[in-house]
Design a protein around this ligand. Structure first.
Ligand code: BGC
Length: 516
């Protein structure tokens, strides 16, 4: 079989420890980091469709949208780079922040990064909620982006480190669940606030982003630091005490010993960034780039950001579009639950592959449905009921496929496959690549729709095939592997084993970095 799996036997460890209340609460609080991200992903699309908002800040766009000539191609109705920049700019700021966040995460711990993220996000939400001029919107968006960069860098790592390995997958997915809940709540609030008669609804939509920010600030203040991070920063005793509390048992010697050993190995690496370029980290670097790249090339954010625009483009009325966006948002959150309950049983690879197949089929059906009615000139005439129904149903099935595969796994898998010595740096690469392509999809979607028309869906379907083959051939299964033992999955992988050093080799060779 292509793709590796960890061999049974010597590699399987069974650290004692249960799913303590402390772990659970810890992970729930940390997952609020996901709420911040989700709320923002979901809020901007709706806000940019509110007329009072457009009139105040983007009068040109407003004029253009309301002066559409009847003969205009429907596919190009929303093609505006200024408008998409409002949505996309945040992700560039997140990109920059995630690079700095890796230093803070490594030197001062995961919690401080989370708290900083929350504070930046709170400031951004306030500035946006009270915005009077465009610069306030832009600076606010940048602060939000910095906050997201910090949270996305630290939260998945934190959860993976604190969770007992048997539940690591499910607990880590709380992060994704929080993202989808954030998106869904944003969809609902946009729908409600758009109706406010004073035309100030957008202020509430944008300003309420402060709520998840406050949750993460308060939550993170009370979180224990992860034992891995304490050891990394020379506080071994405290780390052991913490591990005992987290695991709910005194019998943590073996796990603790492995954590210390992993940390010792990681100290040898003084330059995690340049280390990442060494061939022994080739599989890690490849995954840190490929997984987020492919996650965005599923095309999911076309739905997240632009569902109302898409539904309007294909002939839905304003209210129907917002309702449909809420329905797909609800599907997204619900389907994420499926992943939470299955990921540690069926494993990551099967979910990736099943989700890929599901998305691929839906994309083809959606392309065919839109193509058959709109053709290339974008003038559909009267749209029948079956058409609306087919599109909404298949978008929901598509969203569900993403929600139990690439959505959560796009964050879970990178957070668990990197060895401690390069974990922060590699996670930064992961977040940065995610942000670059989130930015790209947000920025070019309306132009792509205008030029590629229904072929847009075939474009994303093509990438879904490529990413599924990639997973099948190159991603080892990490289900049930303790995070300290993760190097074994690479050592046992038929392709990647050429690159990684085996544990025995590592013990023999002194790390060259330590001498520099
Ligand atoms: C992705 C986001 C996406 C969200 C949708 C996340 O895992 O990173 O880009 O908007 O899932 O649910």
């Amino acid at each position: 079989m292509a793709g590796g799996f960890i061999e049974k036997g010597s590699s399987e460890k069974n650290y004692p420890g249960k799913l303590t209340f402390r772990v659970f609460i810890t992970c729930v609080t940390a997952a609020f980091g996901g709420l911040i991200f989700g709320y923002d992903l979901g809020i901007s699309g709706g806000v940019t469709s509110m007329d009072p908002f457009l009139k105040k800040f983007f009068p040109d766009v407003y004029a253009k949208e309301h002066n559409i000539k009847p003969t205009d191609n429907q596919y190009c109705k929303f093609d505006s780079q200024v408008l998409t920049l409002f949505t996309s700019s945040l992700y560039l700021a997140a990109l920059v922040a995630s690079i700095f966040a890796s230093k803070v995460t490594r030197a001062f711990g995961r919690r401080l990064t989370m708290i900083s993220g929350g504070v930046l996000f709170l400031a951004g939400a306030a500035l946006n909620g009270f915005a009077q001029q465009v610069w306030m919107l832009i600076v606010g968006r940048m602060l939000l982006g910095f906050g997201i960069g910090c949270a996305n860098q630290s939260v998945p790592i934190y959860v993976s480190e604190v969770a007992p390995y048997k539940y690591r997958g499910a607990l880590n997915m709380l992060f994704q669940l929080a993202i989808t809940i954030g998106i869904f709540v944003a969809n609902i609030l946009n729908y409600l606030f758009a109706k406010m008669e004073n035309g100030e609804g957008w202020r509430y939509s944008l300003g309420l982003a402060g709520v998840p920010a406050i949750m993460i600030i308060i939550g993170a203040m009370f979180l224990p630091e992860s034992p891995n991070s304490l050891i990394e920063r020379g506080q071994a005793e405290k780390a052991k005490e913490e591990l005992i509390k987290i695991r709910g048992t005194d019998d943590v010697d073996e796990e603790f010993k492995d954590l210390v050993a992993a940390s010792e190995a990681s100290k040898q690496v003084k330059h995690p960034w340049s280390s990442l370029l060494k061939s022994e980290y080739r599989p890690h670097l490849t995954m840190a780039i490929a997984i987020p790249f492919f996650q965005q090339l599923t095309g999911m954010n076309v739905i997240t950001f632009y569902a109302p625009v898409l539904f309007k483009t294909i002939g839905f009325g304003g209210t129907a579009s917002l309702m449909s966006a809420m329905i797909t948002g609800g599907c997204n959150a619900l389907a994420t639950l499926v992943s939470i309950f299955t990921v540690d049983k069926v494993g990551r690879r099967k979910l990736f592959l099943e989700g890929g197949a599901q998305m691929f089929i839906c994309q083809l059906v959606i392309a065919a449905a839109i193509g058959s009615k709109f053709g290339t000139d974008g003038n559909p005439g009267v749209l029948p009921k079956w058409f609306a129904l087919t599109v909404v149903v298949f978008i929901c099935i598509y969203v569900a496929g993403f929600a139990w595969s690439w959505g959560p796994l796009g964050w879970l898998v990178p957070s668990e496959i990197f060895p401690l010595e390069v974990r922060s740096a590699a996670q930064s690469v992961n977040v940065s690549v995610n942000m670059i392509f989130t930015f790209a999809v947000a920025q070019v979607f309306t132009a792509m729709l205008c030029h590629m028309k229904f072929g847009l869906f075939i474009f994303f379907a093509f990438f879904v095939i490529v990413m599924s083959i990639f997973i099948y051939k190159f991603l080892p299964e990490t289900k049930g592997v303790p995070i300290e033992e993760i190097s074994l999955v690479w050592e046992n992988h038929p392709y990647w084993n050429k690159f990684v050093k085996s544990s025995a080799q590592k013990n023999k060779t002194a790390a060259p970095d330590s001498q520099v």
